[in-house]
Design a protein around this ligand. Sequence first.
Ligand SMILES: Nc1ncnc2c1ncn2[C@@H]1O[C@H](COP(=O)(O)OP(=O)(O)OP(=O)(O)O)[C@@H](O)[C@H]1O
Ligand SMILES: [Mg+2]
Length: 348
Amino acid sequence: MAGRKFLLGEIERALENGPGDPALSSILVGARGTGKTALLSHLSSKAQQTGWISVDVPCLPGMLQDILEQTRRKAREFLDERDQKHITGLTVGQIIGVEWSEDVPPSQNWRSAMTDLLEVLNAKGIGLYVTIDEIDPALDEMIQFAAIYQLFVREGRKVGLLMAGLPYKVSSLLRDESVSFLRRSSQYKVGRIDDEEIASAFKATVEIGGSTILDEVLERAVKEIDGFPFMMQLVGFRSWEERSASNDITMESVERGTYMAQRDMRNRILRPTLDELSDMDIKFLLAMLEDEDSSLSEEIAMRLNKTASYVTTYRKRLLDQGVIEMQGRARVRIALPGVREYLSEYLA
Ligand SMILES: Nc1ncnc2c1ncn2[C@@H]1O[C@H](COP(=O)(O)OP(=O)(O)OP(=O)(O)O)[C@@H](O)[C@H]1O
Ligand SMILES: [Mg+2]
């Protein structure tokens, strides 16, 4: 994971510390392709290595049942595996019988079924870490989960929560009064990665794969990646596929790799992102293109013949979508690489 040292450090420390550490309930916020899902997977397996069982779910209908079933299955595997070393003859599943039985009495609701499991796990010092991807504030089960999770925290149970979502979905979830406690969870913006971090992770990955890359070739790859995590994956993968007969990543590998990576980027990130924008959002973006790097709101307003407060609404929407980002206090710049080049093709 290139360039995520701080965030990983905070959350890994929380997994070590357990209940009470603020980063144990965290939300990762970022635009498409910034590496949210990759971080969830990474931290979920970290949790699994440090005394937690972790269950990973997307924010979709059936989510609560999915959490319950995964918890039950993983708890059984984990406890059986761990305690069989100490208990001969009987497995933990048999000892605590009823908690593991597949058929929960129909009268038992989700909260009490989960409470039973948590009691068994917590008694053995094992926590439950839940990761939820693609946060959707419109899903009732998300709200229900958050409300019950809060109760588990208040009851002092060893539980942790890591959520990830697009900026506008997360901000809309946090506006929901019934889950206002989520506003106090730690929020991490997942965005661009510094060029130096990209360069060292890229080089290390090439070398682990048994290949080599010259400095000027690496520089070119880093320039094309432009700090965008998904582009690191795309340029890396495509250049790797194009490596020379002598197994090196050459300038030609990177050039051809980049060409294909840009096509993937347009289809998988830029088009779906632009599809979600309104006409006025797009006009705002087009007005930004007149500036080479970053833009001032007042100037955008003048170009569009609107008041400054009118354009603020659209600026906020674009910021929420992760299409643009603040640069300093007053300026904004385009956050997704390739938008500049792709926009006219998209509109046509
Ligand atoms: N820090 C990183 N270091 C190296 N590669 C990364 C990093 N972050 C992301 N990637 C690569 O970028 C790809 C896309 O990331 P990922 O799918 O996690 O993005 P996402 O934020 O979940 O996007 P979406 O909102 O579309 O679901 C990953 O498959 C991974 O290979
Ligand atoms: Mg994702």
